[in-house]
Every structure is written in structure tokens, then in C-alpha cells.
Design a protein around this ligand. Structure first.
Ligand code: HEM
Length: 557
């Protein structure tokens, strides 16, 4: 008997009633007899499909591997958890299972080892040619950047970097080397930081130049995003020809970011990730024109010039170089922007912290004897302010720690055994082609590493202010680790600090509605390491009380 067929079958909002009218009886009888005939073959088919699916998904498990954590929902449980909680899912499992040092998750036919012990993480970091980030970068180039076949072949050469990243040659390593060398502390970092500061100050000036006392009402996150996108890309590509100054190209970039997960599936992107796919086309077109015209490179940063030179040496076509820029801009923007947002919010919503920071910045200006030189022009050295205001730097590091959500992704290029020196010397077997991940949020919440206040925001935690103990560097995974440690970390810190110092000195910022700050909820995003706010925060910005007479702010590095 199939009562739902006989009585009532609901399909979306349409309800068909078969129950009562005599002319429908023969239809119902027919359906019933068909169902009786089909029930056994259908049940057998269901069993066969289930068993096949089970064996198709099942991957051999060697008990020498890290313990396996099973989901109550077979096959798809972990996948659903990851889609729902992002990298936070690893923390959820680890906490429920009493924090094993490393564990295995089987997701579909793939295997992921999740490392929760700092000792094991350090062991993996030291073996970065076997526990490698390279396949993830290549996957990104294939699915998101969509580089041509020839370029993909060049990028995929020498996966294991046999000669090490310093001596190795090839398109991939030399591109990365160009980035590293342009951002390494010293002359190059100073040069690019100086340029960044000029552009940051310029976009501030364009928006707020000329003083005035009236409030500007702005959506804080969107405002920071637009500001920093222009300032950062002007720095890299030169302000005259920067393709991101074209709103279509900039929106295209942010559409790619928004639709990153669907775009990354690389299945009918024009249908399943329509906006992101269109955004990618606009972005690539804008950058293609930049390289085709050629004149933008003269004012571009050393980083872009050096990468261009490498790519042309390997005869990479302009279209693929433009596609690589999607990767460059992703690294450049997607984390710095939310980091600045949280830093501004944390500082301006805490009156004591705001007072303390401003006090030390004002002291710095007085110590440098700069502001008093002219009543209407104030010159301030940002690098000097950073040195003299350790609390500001500590605060930014703490913002990055507490809002961090990255899960360093690696692939095992060979079978490997690792021993946990802290866990009684237990040795685990890690199998070739498996994924390995180290979730930062789990480390950053760990009280054994950060003390009982691990879960709290403490602006003075880093640095020696307020007698806090120094934190072990391996416990801080904001910028990842090992061979893939973020090459842009010093530049990012300089940019976040520059923005914060300018905002602290020049503006008063408060929420629009009732003057009460609320910290918005945040969410993970597949392409970012820093959580992004779920809702917008509307604020009023006006020139800082007592400093309205300053007509010209001169920020130097
Ligand atoms: C607050 C800002 C930033 C954060 C939190 C951040 C974080 C990260 C993280 C977690 C990784 C992966 C590391 C790993 O897997 O171990 C990474 C990689 C990378 N980041 Fe950043 N990043 C930031 C800013 C930047 C900037 C400004 C640039 C460029 C100017 C940049 C360029 C890169 C590149 C190129 C990689 C790939 C490294 C490789 O392939 O070896 N990042 N970043």
C-alpha cells in the first residue's frame, strides 16, 4: 500500500488529491500493482547502489595512520561540516575528541590529516618539500586563475623543488622568488612601504582633504575595502595605469572573491558561478590591456616588474600574466582589508585603548619635534610611530590572532612517518597524496600555548607592554608557516599600521545610531585567513577634535 499515492501527493505548492473520485480508481489500482511488481527490484537496486557507493568512497585505512574520526553521516558528514563551519569545523572535532595531536578525516575518497599539536606542526614545517603547499598553489592556478595548458605545464614542473627554493629554477619558483625578494625586510620593503604610504595618504586626502567639521557617514567595511583596494593596487601597478581604478575591473575582482567556492569547482562556471565567472573575465581583460599597452610597467612596483620579466623569459602570454594577477591581488587584499576593519573597530570602540594609543602617538610627534614646526602642517613618520608605539603593533598582532581562521593546506608528496616528541614518542604514518592541514584558530585558542586568556582579546598580549610574557612564535599561525609562510606579512603589517596611525591621528570615528559600538558577527570565507564581518557597521567620521586647524597632513615613512 502506498497511502501517500492513494490519498494525497504534495509537489511544492501543488496538491493533487486522488482519494475520492471513482474515475481515478483504475489509475490507483494500476499504480498499486506496478509498485508491487517493482518493489523487490527497486530494493535490490538500492542495496547494490549503496554497497557500490560505500566501496567506491571507502579508502584503505592503515592503522599506523593518525586515528580516524568518523562522522555520523557516512560519506558526506565531514564535507557538510566543512561547508557549514569552514576551518572552524576542525576545531569543533578536535575539541569534541579531546584534542588528539593529529587525526584523520575521510572526505569522499580523499584523506585529510588535521594537526593540532605545535610539535607535530613544526615537524611538518621542517619537511615542507614532502608536506608541500605547491600542489595547492597549482590547483589554485588551474581552477581559479584558469591559466593556459602550456603555462600550467610550466607551473607544475619540479613539484618537490629538488634543489630547494633558493637554487631551483622554473616559472613557479622564480615567480615566487620575485615576490619574496620584493617584500623582504630592508631596502625593498622600505621602498614599497613608502610607496604604499604615499598612496594611502593620497586616497585619504582625496576623501577628507581640506578639513571641515561635518560628519561623513560611511559603511566601515565597504569604505576600507575600496580605500585599501585602490591604495594597495596603486602601489603595485602604478597609479596612472592601475587597472583596478576601473570600477568594472575592481568589482570583477570582488565578484570572483565572493563566488570563489563555486568558481573553484570549475564545473560550468558560466552557469554555476555566473557572476564570479563574469568578474574574472572583466578582471583579466583589464589587466590584459594593462600589459598590452606596456606603459603602466614604468611606474609599477619592483614586484610587478620582476614578475613580468620572469614570465616573459618563460614566454608566458600576457593573458596568463593577467590571470596570475588575480592571484597577486588575492594575496594583497583579501586579508589586509578585514584586518584593518577589525583593528579600527577594536580601537575606536574602546575609549581607554584609544586614549592610550593617541597619547603615545602624540608623544611621538612631540618627541620628533615635527608638528610644532607649522601650525597648519603636521608631518609624521609612520615607521617612527611604529617603533615608539609598541602597543599599536601588539594590538594589530592580537587582532590577527583572534580573528584568524586559516587552515594551512598541504599535500603529502611521499609516504612519511612523523613522531610526536611531546606525545610519548608516538609515530604516525602519513600516506602519499593525502591532504594535511594545520588550523590556526585551534592553536590560537589553546590555553596551554597562550595562557588562560587565550580566548580573550588582549591588545597588550604581544610585546613587553604591561609585563606580558613573550609568546612562542610557533604558536602564532596567522601568516601560516614553513615553506609557504606568507611573504607579504611585513608589508601587510606596515599597511595595517599605517592605516591605523593615520586614522588615530586624523579622525574621530563613532557608530551612527545610538553611539554604541557592537562587534558584528563574523564568518569564514574560503579564500581568506581573516574572518569577515557578517553585517556592515555604519559610522560617522569627522576630523579629530582639537586638530581641525591642521590643513595638511604629511605622512612620511
Ligand atoms: C593580514 C594580511 C595577511 C594575512 C593574514 C596573510 C596570511 C597568509 C597565509 C595564512 C598564507 C598561507 C601560509 C601557509 O599556508 O602556511 C599566505 C600565503 C601567501 N600570502 Fe599572505 N597574508 C596577508 C597578506 C599578504 C600580502 C599583503 C601579500 C602580498 C603582497 C600576501 C601574499 C601571499 C602569498 C604570495 C602567499 C603564498 C605563499 C607561497 O605560495 O609560498 N599576503 N598568506
Amino acid at each position: 500500500m502506498f497511502p501517500f499515492v492513494k490519498d494525497c501527493f504534495t509537489l511544492d505548492n501543488i496538491t493533487l488529491d486522488f482519494g475520492s473520485r471513482p474515475e481515478h480508481r483504475s489509475v490507483i489500482d494500476l499504480l498499486e500493482s506496478m509498485a508491487r511488481i517493482l518493489v523487490i527490484p527497486l530494493a535490490m537496486l538500492a542495496v547494490i547502489v549503496s554497497v557500490s557507493v560505500y566501496y567506491w568512497f571507502a579508502i584503505p585505512y592503515d592503522p599506523r595512520q593518525p586515528p580516524r574520526i568518523r562522522s555520523n553521516t557516512p560519506f558526506l558528514g565531514h564535507m557538510i561540516g566543512l561547508l557549514r563551519y569552514g576551518a572552524g569545523y576542525y576545531s569543533k572535532i578536535a575539541e569534541e575528541c579531546n584534542l588528539p595531536p593529529i587525526f584523520t578525516l575521510e572526505i569522499g575518497r580523499s584523506r585529510t590529516y588535521v594537526v593540532t599539536s605545535p610539535h607535530l606542526a613544526a615537524v611538518c614545517d621542517r619537511r615542507s618539500r614532502v608536506v608541500s603547499f605547491v600542489p595547492c598553489a597549482i590547483n589554485f592556478a588551474q581552477r581559479i586563475l584558469r591559466a593556459s595548458r602550456r603555462t600550467m605545464r610550466l607551473l607544475s614542473e619540479d613539484l618537490a623543488e629538488e634543489k630547494g627554493p633558493v637554487a631551483a629554477v622554473g616559472l613557479r619558483v622564480e615567480n615566487m622568488r620575485a615576490i619574496h625578494q620584493s617584500l623582504v625586510p630592508g631596502e625593498h620593503l622600505d621602498e614599497i612601504s613608502r610607496t604604499m604610504l604615499t598612496h594611502l595618504a593620497n586616497v585619504f586626502e582625496a576623501e577628507f582633504g581640506g578639513g571641515g567639521e561635518e560628519d561623513k557617514r560611511i559603511p566601515l567595511f565597504r569604505w576600507i575595502r575600496n580605500f585599501v583596494t585602490i591604495a594597495s593596487t596603486d602601489t603595485l601597478y602604478g597609479p596612472e595605469k592601475n587597472p583596478m581604478r576601473d570600477a568594472e575591473v575592481m568589482n570583477g575582482f570582488w565578484e570572483v572573491d565572493r563566488g570563489f567556492a563555486m568558481l573553484g569547482l570549475a564545473v560550468f562556471p558560466d552557469i554555476l558561478a555566473r557572476k564570479a565567472s563574469r568578474g574574472r573575465k572583466r578582471f583579466v581583460q583589464g589587466f590584459l590591456e594593462y600589459y598590452a599597452a606596456g606603459d603602466g610597467l614604468a611606474t609599477a612596483s619592483r614586484l610587478i616588474q620582476a614578475r613580468y620579466e620572469v614570465n616573459r623569459r618563460y614566454r608566458v602570454p600576457h593573458e596568463d600574466i593577467a590571470r596570475f594577477d588575480l592571484g597577486v591581488c588575492t594575496g594583497l587584499l583579501v586579508n589586509t582589508i578585514p584586518a584593518i576593519f577589525w583593528a579600527v573597530l577594536r580601537v575606536f570602540s574602546d575609549p581607554d585603548l584609544l586614549r592610550e594609543l593617541r597619547q603615545s602617538l602624540d608623544d611621538e610627534m612631540i618627541a620628533a619635534d615635527l608638528p610644532k614646526s607649522s601650525p597648519t602642517t603636521t608631518t609624521i613618520s609612520i615607521s617612527g610611530a611604529i617603533k615608539r608605539c609598541p602597543l599599536a603593533e601588539s594590538l594589530v598582532s592580537e587582532v590577527l590572532r583572534i580573528h584568524s581562521t586559516n587552515a594551512s593546506a598541504r599535500v603529502l608528496l611521499e609516504d612519511m612517518a612523523i613522531t610526536d616528541p611531546s606525545g610519548g614518542g608516538t609515530t604516525y604514518l602519513l600516506k602519499k597524496d593525502s591532504f594535511l592541514t594545520v588550523p590556526s584558530a585551534l592553536f590560537h585558542k589553546n590555553q596551554a600555548l597562550w595562557g588562560p586568556s587565550a580566548g580573550e582579546f588582549d591588545p597588550a598580549r604581544f610585546g613587553n607592554v604591561n609585563n606580558h610574557q613573550k609568546v612562542r612564535p610557533s604558536a602564532n599561525r596567522t601568516f601560516g608557516s614553513g615553506g609557504a609562510l606568507c611573504p607579504g606579512r611585513h608589508f601587510a603589517m606596515n599597511e595595517i599600521m599605517s592605516f591605523l596611525v593615520i586614522a588615530l591621528l586624523r579622525f574621530d570615528i563613532e557608530p551612527v545610531d545610538d553611539g554604541v559600538w557592537t562587534l558584528p558577527a563574523s564568518t569564514h570565507h574560503i579564500s581568506t585567513s581573516i574572518l569577515t564581518p557578517v553585517e556592515e557597521v555604519w559610522v560617522k567620521v569627522r576630523p579629530r577634535e582639537g586638530w581641525q586647524d591642521v590643513k595638511k597632513w604629511d605622512f612620511v615613512w
